[in-house]
Design a protein around this ligand. Structure first.
Ligand SMILES: [Zn+2]
Length: 234
């Protein structure tokens, strides 16, 4: 299976032809170096050697964290309708190949397709999920903690204009939440709240096959459902 494709990227500033390797699939067991580079963004970073222009390569790829049993398909297509169509195709192709592998080689099927599957629609979402997995955490409960803490942080520091929050893991293994304003500018950070994480994890059992899109919208829905039922003891 060809995993990479070599292309040249034309610098939009000076026209320099920059050689670039695109990864169609990155696997933590087979490509640990690239998996780390993906999580920290270096895999996509482009700098023109001639004029210094910097950008991020943005293309669809599959990330497979073998140790934590999750496959994440990033869809770079910006158009919402196109993206929904692509997702439907991926879902069908995945289902078909699982069926085929089951018939031919059940052990392989289990190894290849036994993983939890997620879609992400931005490079930052992909990197964040890769970091959550590297931290050994469950992305569903991390999203719940984020959705739970966001309004509190925004209320506590209204002058910062906090609009979004992301999980971050530094290379020493320390876990953070980073807050951003409406322009995506960093507006503060705090340690990741493991207490809330464990409270969600212990207090709320989720069915894994529920959805392949776990994001802020999903977490907000779960939280408003909990609040309406008022059964969660946090
Ligand atoms: Zn250039």
């Amino acid at each position: 299976m060809p995993l990479t494709k070599d292309i040249t990227f034309k610098c939009p500033e000076c026209g320099e032809e920059i050689p670039l390797t695109l990864w169609q699939s990155v696997n933590t067991a087979e490509n640990p170096k690239e998996a780390e580079a993906l999580a920290y963004g270096d895999l996509f970073y482009i700098q023109c050697p001639k004029c210094g222009y910097q950008t991020m390569a943005n293309y669809s790829l599959l990330y497979h964290d073998v140790e934590h049993g999750m496959m994440i398909q990033y869809i770079a297509t910006p158009d919402r309708e196109e993206r929904a169509k692509e997702m439907a195709e991926y879902r069908k192709a995945r289902k078909d190949s699982i069926e085929a592998a089951k018939a031919q080689d059940p052990a392989l099927a289990k190894q290849l397709y036994g993983a939890v599957f997620r879609f992400v629609t931005s490079l930052n979402d992909l990197r964040e999920k890769a970091l959550i997995l590297r931290a050994g955490l469950d992305d569903r409960y991390v999203e719940l903690v984020k959705a739970y803490i966001m309004p509190q942080a925004a209320n506590m520091k209204p002058d910062l204009g906090i609009e979004s929050v992301r999980f971050f893991l530094d290379k020493d293994g320390k876990q953070y939440l980073y807050f951003f304003d409406k322009d995506g500018k960093e507006a503060g950070s705090c340690d990741f709240d493991m207490e809330s994480y464990n409270a969600f994890k212990n207090g709320l059992s989720l069915v894994e096959a529920d959805t392949d899109i776990i994001d802020t919208g999903w977490a907000r829905e779960v939280i408003s459902e909990i609040e309406s039922q008022d059964t969660f003891q946090g």
